[in-house]
Write a protein that binds this ligand. Structure first.
Ligand code: HSE
Length: 414
């Protein structure tokens, strides 16, 4: 029998308990050991839980019990999760976490400690909820040079955008529903402002390229300024708007990485990833495009990934698993303004036709998008592919001629 502790009894933590206690015989078979939940750490009381006697409010009880070999961290947030996980690894316990904030900020350091102590630090659930992505990228795709990773990495924002596109639901109603269904972060600003997707692309980038990418190195925009007007122009263009996390290698060996809403053509593999689903495209030099698809948030999908890692730890108590990347560096991620993109620009003007002609003079060839029921004083155009810095430098000239820029959205190249 292997004894484990679970730190946190929120949405994911209670899901982990549920999966472990309802699949006892199959999990025991797969792990070759019975897995016993010895402690559940939470500051709240759960007197009605069938495991009420295992709850503790003291982290030290877990840390100081030498029989606990695997600790599951599903508290979320950086503190105290970071201190607890670090202490567990240092004391020779393997750790499984779903905490993307922790892995994105401290992954390299915690992986190094795990390596020194010959224990495991696994985090399949930190990206893509129930979708297997960490293990496939680090094992099955290991023979590839990764050219690019691009994905819909946040279930809440994808759910909101889908409701806006398909059901004309307001942003607020869709967010409230996502929270009710248990998809959103405790503070949903992390979802709608893109920080959650940013943490996830940092983890995938670190894994794909072997060196830590930190959240403050990735330019991040959320979906709060996407309107139904943009959604309809995207439809007229032939696609949809999705919040994308993306990373690729530049010709000088650095990385280019961004999180932002993008216009995705309808025939892209990511265009039909709707609702709470996530889709992650990994472009390998040998495999070509491989796409991972599934539920990216929610209690049981995420718990499934956590428990799979626990089984892996229990099966490999004396062996180190495959995960590792080194510390990052300041210059490693290139300035997003140097990236070449085509840009959707929506603006308001007294005479939109005149402004479109002015835009043509500034940018060269442009495509004007036309849609039914457009506001008479609005227009939307697509620029040619240029360095983003160059595109932004031309906007003041349009403003000087009376344009009020309402939104700019990058076009995807996948
Ligand atoms: N809030 C996250 C999401 C949960 O909506 O994707 C899963 O990481």
């Amino acid at each position: 029998m292997v004894k484990i502790a679970i730190m946190g009894h929120g949405t994911v933590g209670s899901g982990v308990v549920e999966v472990l206690t309802t699949h006892v015989s199959s999990i025991t078979k797969r792990a070759n050991e019975e897995i016993r939940i010895q402690y559940i750490l939470d500051l709240r009381d759960f007197p009605d839980s069938p495991l009420a006697d295992r709850f503790t409010k003291s982290f030290d009880v877990i840390l100081n019990d030498p029989e606990i070999l695997v600790v599951v961290e599903v508290m979320g947030g950086l503190h105290p999760a970071y201190d607890y996980v670090k202490q567990c690894l240092e004391s020779g316990k393997s750790v499984v976490t779903s905490n993307k904030e922790l892995v994105a900020a401290k992954g390299a350091e915690l992986l190094r400690i795990a390596q020194e102590k010959n224990v495991n630090f696994l985090f399949e659930a930190s990206v893509g909820g129930g979708i297997p992505i960490i293990r496939p990228m680090s094992q099955c795709l290991a023979a590839n040079d990764v050219i690019e990773v691009a994905g819909i990495l946040n279930g809440t924002t994808n759910f909101i955008l889908t409701k806006m596109i398909n059901e004309d639901m307001s942003f607020e109603d869709a967010l409230a529903l996502a929270q009710k269904l248990g998809y959103a972060e405790r503070n949903p600003a992390a979802d709608i402002e893109g920080h959650d997707a940013c943490r996830k692309i940092c983890i995938l980038a670190s894994l794909a390229y072997g060196k830590h990418v930190y959240p403050d190195q990735v330019h991040t925009e959320g979906i709060t300024n996407i309107t139904l007007s943009d959604v309809k122009y995207a439809d007229a263009w032939g696609g949809v708007i999705k919040l994308i996390g993306q990373v690729s290698k530049t010709s000088d060996g650095r990385l280019q990485s961004i999180v932002c809403p993008m216009l995705i053509p309808r025939d892209s593999q990511l265009a039909n990833v709707d609702d709470v689903f996530n889709g992650i495209m990994v472009r390998g030099d040998a495999t070509g495009d491989v796409v991972f698809y599934g539920k990216g948030a929610g209690k049981l999908p995420t718990a499934s990934a956590v428990v799979a890692d626990v089984i892996d730890c229990v099966k490999h108590l004396k062996a180190r698993k495959y995960l590792f990347w080194e510390d990052g560096s300041k210059e490693y991620v290139a300035d997003y303004l140097d990236n070449e993109v085509a840009m959707y620009i929506r603006f308001k003007a007294a005479n939109p036709d005149e402004l479109c002609r002015a835009a043509e003079k500034e940018f060269g060839e442009i495509t004007r998008l036309l849609r039914r029921d457009a506001e008479p004083d609005e227009a939307a155009i697509i620029t040619p592919v240029l360095a983003e810095r160059e595109i932004r430098a031309k906007l003041p000239a349009l403003e000087a001629q009376g344009a009020e820029i309402l939104n700019t959205i990058r076009l995807s190249d996948f």
